[in-house]
Design a protein around this ligand. Structure first.
Ligand SMILES: [Ca+2]
Length: 137
C-alpha cells in the first residue's frame, strides 16, 4: 500500500482551474520527498503556458491547437514534443489531461482534444452532465 504522495498541487483562490505550483517526487525517491517544485504560468484563458522553477527559469513552454491539444517546448522554444518532459498534466484551460486516455478531465466531465472537432465547443461530453443525470437522461 502506497503511503507517500507522488505529486501535490497548490491552487489559486482567484479561479477554480488556476494552478499555482506543483510539488513532485521526480526522482522516485520518497526519502527526499517531493523535491521538485514548478510554478505555473497561464494566459487570460487559464491555459498553462509555462512551467518555471524556483530560480525563475522557464523549464517548459506549452502552446495549444484550437481544440486544446498541447505542444511542448523547452524554455528556449526548442525541442518540440507532444509530451511534457516534466509530466505536466494541468494544461488547456487549467484542466487535467489524463495521460492514459488523452482526455481532459473537466471536474466531473471529460473532453477529447484528439478529435477534429471539440466536444467542449459543441457542448458534447464523453460523460453525462450532472444536470442530465438528475433529469434521468
Ligand atoms: Ca523524491
Amino acid at each position: 500500500m502506497a503511503t507517500a504522495a507522488k505529486v501535490q498541487w497548490l491552487w489559486d483562490i482567484r479561479y477554480i482551474d488556476a494552478p499555482v505550483l506543483r510539488w513532485r517526487d521526480a526522482d522516485s525517491n520518497s526519502e527526499n520527498g517531493l523535491e521538485e517544485t514548478l510554478y505555473y504560468c497561464n494566459d487570460a484563458n487559464m491555459n498553462v503556458t509555462a512551467l518555471v522553477n524556483t530560480s525563475g527559469a522557464v523549464m517548459e513552454r506549452v502552446v495549444y491547437d484550437p481544440y486544446g491539444k498541447p505542444r511542448f517546448y523547452d524554455g528556449s522554444w526548442a525541442n518540440p514534443s507532444d509530451t511534457s518532459v516534466y509530466a505536466n498534466e494541468i494544461l488547456y484551460c487549467g484542466y487535467r489531461l489524463d495521460p492514459e486516455t488523452g482526455m481532459y478531465q473537466v471536474r466531473h466531465r471529460e473532453s477529447d482534444s484528439r478529435l477534429r472537432y471539440s466536444l467542449l465547443l459543441l457542448g458534447m461530453w464523453r460523460s453525462a452532465s450532472i444536470s442530465r443525470m438528475r433529469r434521468g437522461r
